[in-house]
Design a protein around this ligand. Structure first.
Ligand SMILES: Cc1ncc(COP(=O)(O)O)c(C=O)c1O
Length: 363
């Protein structure tokens, strides 16, 4: 595997539009990457500092307190029952896990990894890093008699904000179990339901009492503003998590001890999560109205951190039109060939910048 076999890093191709947006007299409104802008809550920063004098190696499996906090948070926030704390494994943010999961699970040449038609680019990268073949599909009938090694779900979706209902999730789980396919659900936006109600693949209504062959990937980047700390975890089928733990122990894929402490506090603090949700809800409503009023259509987007918007023209044209107004967004083509007529608008800018974008769209 050489880097040449990987797709180009999509964000590098936005340089010209970025320069144009930066040249706006009132400055850029960057709604492209989706990086959190609100401060890390004080109790989390205190937790980080509180163990910063520990010199020894942290454990790959994470502290028992962290694993228990994750189990409790999943139960309180998302109605997930029956997770064994032993089956929780902290990760260094979720991107590294997404990129290496097919490799860590032993997928390789000849294996198929199914990813959504429109998807976070790292699912494809992860399949390629393992030497496996990524196949884009949203429907099971598209896959015919294939027996994929893994199938990725992402609800709410990045980039479309689409939510997969319980019935859909259940069908995917049944289909995958018949074929010995591992279902991996990337649930980093699960707490951000607006008109839609996202459900975890680990919810009992979905799996009917067995976690066999199921993994859920969670991130604290957006729910707790911890993107800079690199904090996530994976959980689900205890046997699969044990396998991941074994390899990650050998490979040194360890979350730093201060970050483990910060995660424990973040997973306990539902008030901070709700406050962050409110901020995103307010920004979403300002941006949504401004986009609709200026002639955009918004598709899906019933949950998650993005608005999936279109003017029914090539996405590059829309990105250019917005860049002239000092607003930077991502073209839908970053997420798959079917994204060619959409742009992805992130809700991650300060209230002041979001209001500036709305004014520019109205002008
Ligand atoms: C769908 C999806 N999965 C995973 C990630 C990775 O997030 P992190 O590595 O910050 O946990 C992102 C980041 O934007 C994402 O959109």
């Amino acid at each position: 595997m050489t880097p040449a076999a990987l797709p180009g890093f999509p964000w590098d191709s936005l340089a010209d539009h970025t320069a144009k947006a930066r040249a706006h007299p009132d400055g850029i409104v960057d709604l492209s990457v989706g990086t959190p802008v609100d401060p890390v809550p004080e109790p989390i920063r205190e937790a980080l500092a509180s163990v910063s004098d520990i010199p020894g190696y942290p454990t790959t499996h994470g502290t028992p307190q962290l694993r228990a906090a994750a189990v409790e948070a999943l139960r309180r926030r998302h109605g997930i029952e029956g997770i064994d704390p032993e089956a929780v494994l902290p990760t260094i943010g979720s991107k590294e896990l997404v990129a290496w999961l097919p490799t860590l699970l032993g997928a390789g040449a000849g294996d198929v990894v199914v990813i959504p038609e429109l998807a976070y680019p790292t699912y494809e990268v992860g399949a390629l890093l393992a030497g496996a073949s990524p196949v884009r599909a949203d429907g099971l009938t598209q896959l015919g008699p294939q027996k994929p090694a893994m199938i990725w779900l992402n609800s709410p979706s990045n980039p479309t904000g689409r939510v997969l209902g319980v019935e859909h999730l259940r069908k995917v789980v049944e289909w995958a179990r018949e074929r010995g396919t591992v279902v991996v659900s990337d649930e980093c936006y699960l707490a951000l339901g607006w008109e839609g109600e996202p459900v975890s693949v680990l919810h009992p209504d979905v799996h009917g009492g067995s976690l066999d062959g199921l993994l859920a990937v969670h991130s604290l980047s957006k729910s707790a503003n911890l993107a800079s700390y690199r904090a996530g975890f994976v959980t689900g089928d205890p046997a699969l998590v044990r396998r991941l733990l074994e390899v990650r122990k050998h490979a040194g894929m360890i979350v730093p001890r201060p970050v483990q402490e910060a995660m424990t506090v973040a997973l306990t603090d539902d008030k901070a999560l709700l406050a962050q949700r409110e901020r995103y809800a307010a920004r979403r409503s300002v941006l949504r109205k401004a986009l609709l009023d200026s002639g955009f259509r918004i598709d899906h987007s019933e949950a998650g951190l993005y608005l999936w918007a279109t003017r029914d023209e090539e996405s590059a044209e829309t990105v250019g039109w917005l860049a002239e107004r000092g607003i930077l967004v991502a073209p839908g083509t970053f997420y798959g060939p079917r994204g060619g007529k959409h742009v992805r608008v992130a809700l991650t800018a300060t209230d002041e910048r979001v209001n500036a974008a709305a004014e520019r769209l109205r002008a």
